[in-house]
Design a protein around this ligand. Structure first.
Ligand code: C2E
Ligand code: SIN
Ligand code: SIN
Ligand code: SIN
Ligand code: FE
Ligand code: FE
Length: 384
């Protein structure tokens, strides 16, 4: 196999002066503190390590206790790379908690050649530094490969510098992992709560999942950021959570509601709002707003307040379209499903009345995408 020796094809670099080191650290601190995505954080820290010790490559490995593996992300959008937790230099460093400097990997029997064999890369010098969480437990390790200076060997100074970076990284990664777990827990909690509302009102299966998907898609089309669109996707399934408090006699009534019954039904918006409004979590505060405002109308004739136009939060305006589109294309205890043609002409007719005209234009322009979502998440328990 072709072996590529990076140190022969790159210009040798000079060691960084301390002011240059500080500049590198400063530049990366800004990126790191702004990053909430664990995969991206791993890549930024790896890039920091590479720049600090002038390595050709650097990876940051994290331990997965469930699979007894170390894993890393080497490029955005590519699946994690995994190695057994005791394999190679990185595994040695992780399991002993000791940093190691290797001059020539091929002369060291701790070396795991599999990555070189599969990539054609030629590893020579290696520096591994384990890092710990706030309880002192080793949770991963930095691995720098191939020193780019003339002597091609990592020094004691490199060990010190990368150890400093690693001690900082351990805590940063720990909080990112905890935050990811928290988000995952929240997501499950939200889905469960959304489904409670769904099952109580016997709405056709997957209503809340579809509302989440339509809302996310429309948010992206409307130019919201990825993080805002994701927030909406997580919060919109809770729009009808207040229906949990509406009596079955109304919720499950096969025919039209009386005036009094509909007045009571309308309170599902304020009930939902009251459940979440005091939360400190952005996600739940957004859920409160969506529960409150998803029946407001662009022309001010909606409920419970009668807000109009941009007084209605963008998340409320988006969820309103998602909710009605899904209600109309689905069967309810009180109505049959409408045909797509009927739904489209209704949405168009309500442009600027019930719905934000700008959002309706986007929705109708991309109607095929929304129809696809409708059928992709079709009810699996239709006819229950
Ligand atoms: P939902 O079933 O999730 O419907 C959400 C929204 O979709 C409705 O909000 C309305 O804007 C739209 N929508 C649904 N079906 C129709 C329809 O046949 N024609 C038109 N023009 N729009 C429709 P809305 O009206 O504020 O109702 C809120 C909730 O009140 C509904 O949520 C449903 O749970 C209940 N509800 C409304 N009408 C009736 C009814 O006649 N009988 C029963 N049993 N419940 C009803
Ligand atoms: C793994 O790949 O083993 C874990 C991935 C992750 O937690 O993001
Ligand atoms: C290892 O032994 O840890 C693997 C080194 C490499 O990635 O080339
Ligand atoms: C429904 O969810 O009410 C209908 C399912 C389908 O469209 O196939
Ligand atoms: Fe509602
Ligand atoms: Fe709904």
């Amino acid at each position: 196999m072709f072996k590529h020796d990076p140190t022969s094809t790159f210009h040798h670099q000079n060691e960084l002066q301390s002011d240059e080191l500080l500049a590198v650290i400063f530049k990366y601190m800004e990126k790191i503190t702004a990053e909430t995505d664990l995969d991206k954080l791993l890549m930024i820290l790896a890039d920091l390590g590479k720049n600090l010790v002038l390595a050709d490559r650097c990876t940051v490995w994290l331990h997965n206790p469930e699979s007894n593996q170390l894993w890393t992300i080497v490029a955005h959008g590519i699946d994690p790379v995994m190695v057994p937790e005791k394999s190679g230099f990185i595994g040695h460093s992780f399991s002993t908690g000791e940093s190691i400097i290797v001059k020539d990997a091929y002369k060291d029997d701790r070396f795991n050649k599999t990555i070189d064999l599969s990539t054609g890369y030629l590893t020579k010098s290696v520096l591994c530094i384990p890092f710990r969480n706030s309880e002192g437990i080793v949770i991963g390790a930095f691995q720098a490969i191939n020193k780019m200076t003339v002597n091609e060997i990592f020094s004691e100074r490199d060990r010190e510098i990368l150890t400093l970076a690693a001690s900082y990284s351990g805590k940063t990664l720990e909080s990112s992992i905890l935050r990811n777990e928290l988000i995952e827990t929240q997501r499950e909690m939200i889905e469960t709560m959304g489904e409670i509302g769904e099952s109580r009102s016997q709405e056709t299966g997957n209503h809340v999942k579809r509302v989440a998907e339509y809302s996310f898609t429309l948010a992206k089309l409307a130019g919201l950021t990825d993080s805002q669109a994701h927030l909406l996707k997580l919060a919109s399934p809770m729009h009808d959570i207040g229906k949990v408090a509406i009596p079955d006699t109304i919720l499950l009534k096969p025919g039209p509601l009386t005036k009094t019954e509909f007045e009571l039904m309308k309170t599902h918006t304020t009930i939902g709002y009251n459940v979440f409004k005091h939360s400190n979590r952005e996600l739940l505060r957004m859920a409160a707003i969506i529960a409150h405002e998803h029946h407001e109308k662009w022309n001010g004739t909606g409920y419970p307040i009668g807000l109009k136009e941009n007084e209605i939060h963008i998340f409320g305006r988006i969820t309103a379209i998602a909710d009605v589109f899904d209600a109309l294309t689905s069967e309810r205890v009180y109505k049959k499903a409408w045909s797509i043609e009927e739904v489209i002409s209704f949405l168009l007719e309500q442009r600027g009345k019930h719905f934000d005209p700008f959002l309706i234009d986007l929705f109708l322009l991309h109607i095929d995408t929304f129809i696809d979502i409708r059928y992709k998440y079709a009810a699996d328990r239709i006819g229950d």
